[in-house]
Design a protein around this ligand. Structure first.
Ligand code: CMP
Length: 151
């Protein structure tokens, strides 16, 4: 069934033109439709609120900091569509932790381009419900329901 997901290319990867281009091509090669695409910077408060579910974890501060560091450059957010978009994008990314990605999914995006568990190249929604919430966070003017109804 046709589904939408939110995909983010994190600032470390956007900063490298070759990696950014490679990731964009990977999206297209894997039969995702690019529904929306936006380059943007976060304020600290955006970062804190997007990752609120992780507040209290040992990596929260460094994650929040990294995603809203102005010197690092923008991140890129996509709304992607395809069948089972959520699962397919997560498979393409590989596991969150880069060392685990390198062991278990050596061709995944995080294995190939991830630097650390925080600078792990990309983010993707973990369910259809989170996709809806995360799409609204990045693209407040976009209605998931309306888009799916039209297709
Ligand atoms: P992301 O998919 O953006 O969702 C939450 C983020 O928290 C995750 O990717 C990582 O960037 C970060 N993260 C998760 N686990 C760890 C960890 N053990 N150490 C550092 N950062 C982590």
């Amino acid at each position: 069934v046709l589904q939408l997901t939110l995909a983010v290319i994190k600032p470390d990867a956007v900063a490298h033109p070759l990696i950014l281009e490679t990731l964009h091509q990977k999206i297209l090669e894997n039969n995702f439709i690019v529904v929306r695409k936006k380059d943007l910077w976060w304020r600290r408060k955006d970062s804190e609120s997007f990752y609120a579910e992780h507040s209290g974890r040992f990596f929260y501060q460094r994650l929040v900091e990294f995603m809203s560091r102005q010197v690092c450059g923008p991140m890129r957010a996509y709304i992607l569509a395809r069948e089972d978009a959520v699962a397919h994008w997560r498979e393409l990314m590989g596991p969150t932790k880069v060392y685990r990605a390198r062991y278990t999914a050596p061709n995944s995006v995080r294995a190939l381009y991830g630097l650390t568990d925080t600078r792990n190249t990309t983010h993707g929604s973990d369910s259809a419900e989170s996709a809806k919430r995360e799409i609204a966070f990045f693209f407040p003017e976009f209605s998931v329901q309306q888009w799916l109804d039209k297709e």
